[in-house]
Design a protein around this ligand. Structure first.
Ligand code: FMN
Length: 166
């Protein structure tokens, strides 16, 4: 299953996580794309799309995502799988990793199948657009307050996605 990783990152955190995911998934550097300056139709080259955004403002997508996701929304992504991840800050307790939920909402009618939900256990927040309470729409990471959790979470999540992709 050909995998492409697409990320938007303002200060480099999500970019770094994207590279860590790539190593764990055996995805080459040339298949890791910063959405700033990438054409949305490049997703046509891949079967599995791993999409990541940090959350900015008061629960908003990272800026570079706006044009890219608008470009994806007009594509037919039937037959493709999408796994979402995001970086945020649990102390922003009403908008924790909202970008993951925003990407889900924007892309849920494209025909793609979503994979890579992650248990909400172990996170502390009041509300997140990425969560229905028990699960998160994708992997959420808090590199600000809990970087020590990231390696474990990345391994558990990528193992699950690899099993699905086999
Ligand atoms: C001004 C500002 C607003 C932020 N807003 C949110 C937010 O609403 N929700 C959240 O979970 N994190 C929020 N964050 C935290 C960032 O998402 C976090 O620092 C992330 O790791 C940044 O990743 P990036 O460098 O890839 O953009 C905010 C950070 C800043 C500085």
């Amino acid at each position: 299953m050909k995998t492409g990783i697409f990320y938007g990152s303002a200060t480099g955190t999500t970019a770094d996580v994207a590279r860590r995911i790539a190593r764990l998934m055996n995805v080459g550097d040339s298949d890791v794309h910063d959405v700033a300056g990438t054409r949305p139709d490049l997703v046509g080259n891949y079967d599995l799309l791993i999409l990541g955004s940090s959350t900015w403002g008061n629960g908003e997508l990272e800026d570079d995502w706006y044009d890219f996701v608008a470009g994806l929304q007009v594509l037919d992504l039937t037959g493709k799988k999408i796994a979402l991840f995001g970086c945020g800050d649990e102390t922003m307790s009403d908008t924790f990793c909202d970008a993951v939920g925003i990407l889900y909402d924007r892309l849920k009618d494209t025909g793609a199948t979503f994979v890579g939900e992650y248990p909400a256990d172990g996170y502390t927040f009041e509300r997140s657009a990425a969560s229905d309470g028990a699960t998160m729409r994708g992997l959420v990471l808090d590199e600000v307050n809990h970087p020590e959790m990231t390696d474990l979470r990345l391994r558990a999540w990528t193992d699950k996605i690899k099993q699905m992709a086999d």
